[in-house]
Design a protein around this ligand. Structure first.
Ligand SMILES: [Mg+2]
Length: 345
């Protein structure tokens, strides 16, 4: 499930192809180049637009071209409209707590005017307009807003949008409502391609209807009364036990061995099942998830813990000492069960 959406503007949320083609033809006409019809424009136009113009008018500067383009764009009487499903998509995303951004090549003044005309400014945490090459900015946007790449998608209608998403290491979603044909978009292999934003909403809703997630975790001990506690930002910086999701086709025990090795670098043995727990939309977890937690007890082969990026800190402590840490609820229940049923003895 995505938490952050970076939208392109033209061709993704609004249809401004009319004025853009008119203005482009006005520019080309100044230099005696034949105008494009809509289809011809869709086949040939590309971003960054300096590359498009460099091919047609190699000896003319971008600044000079813009002096022709802007007035023609402003004077165009072709309408700019919101694309079908665009507002619906933004409303849906807002009501589900998604963070939204705009990354567009459109001139910042014209963009700002359209944003207000359509009353869409309030949907976006931040907008970036007048960006000639979006690849130059994508890393900075991800860093500035601390976006988790796995939970972030860029939605756009042109190959440049898809290339920008790939450059930033985020998910690329192509919509077919804009400047580029499906055939051309397919050459840059978007992660997801949808005919329009309406279909994208349906896809997101389906994902939300996914089943609970089965996970394994282990209370790891050293055979001499100490257990391993780790603190992770994923559980509100609370202390708990290491573990993670079972992959499709993987046995619970193999998942446990793999997860513990990934998160702590430890090899474990003497694996025993302890208890099952449910965690349904716990507000301590980083996002609302429905987990089924299979808890094990396992012995570590060494004390040498190497944490990966999922955890912040670890400690080897007695169970009594563990209770003095700020623990997540599931771990409190597990430790109580371990004491009650003498599972560590
Ligand atoms: Mg676009």
């Amino acid at each position: 499930m995505f938490k952050n959406l970076i939208f392109d503007w033209s061709g993704t949320l609004v249809d401004d192809m009319g004025p853009v083609i008119e203005a482009t033809n006005a520019v080309l006409g100044k230099y005696g180049i034949a105008p494009y019809n809509r289809e011809g424009f869709r086949r040939n136009f590309r971003l960054p637009y300096r590359e498009f113009y460099a091919e047609l008018l190699p000896n003319v500067s971008l600044e000079e071209l813009e002096t022709h383009f802007r007035p023609a764009f402003d004077e165009s009487t072709s309408p700019v409209t919101i694309l079908p499903h665009a507002r619906e998509k933004l409303e849906w995303a807002r009501s589900h707590g998604l963070r939204m951004f705009i990354l567009t090549s459109m001139d910042a003044t014209a963009f700002s005017r359209q944003l207000d005309e359509f009353g869409m400014r309030h949907y976006f945490e931040k907008t970036y307009a007048g960006v000639l090459d979006k690849r130059d900015l994508i890393h900075r946007i991800i860093e500035t807003h601390s976006l988790d790449k796995e939970e972030t998608a860029l939605i756009g209608d042109m190959t440049h949008d898809i290339e920008t998403a790939k450059h930033g290491g985020i998910v690329s979603i192509a919509v077919l409502t804009g400047y580029h044909h499906a055939e051309l978009l397919a050459t840059v292999r978007p992660d997801i391609t949808v005919p329009d934003l309406g279909v994208l909403i349906k896809m997101f809703e389906k994902r939300k209807a996914e089943r609970p997630i089965a996970t394994v975790g282990a209370l790891i001990h050293d055979g001499q009364g100490k257990v391993l506690m780790i603190r992770t930002h994923k559980w509100s910086n609370l202390w708990g036990i290491p573990g993670g999701k079972i992959e499709r086709g993987e046995s619970c025990e193999n998942a446990l061995i793999r997860e513990i090795c990934e998160e702590t670098g430890l090899e474990i043995s003497d694996i025993r099942f302890a208890m099952v727990q449910e965690s349904i939309f716990s507000t301590s977890f980083i996002r609302p998830e429905h987990f089924i937690l299979l808890n094990y007890i396992a012995k570590a082969e060494s004390y040498e813990v190497t944490l990966n990026e999922e955890a912040e800190e670890f400690q080897w402590v007695t169970i009594e000492e563990a209770f003095s840490l700020e623990l997540n609820t599931a771990t409190i229940q597990l430790l109580n069960r371990v004491i009650k049923d003498k599972l560590l003895l």
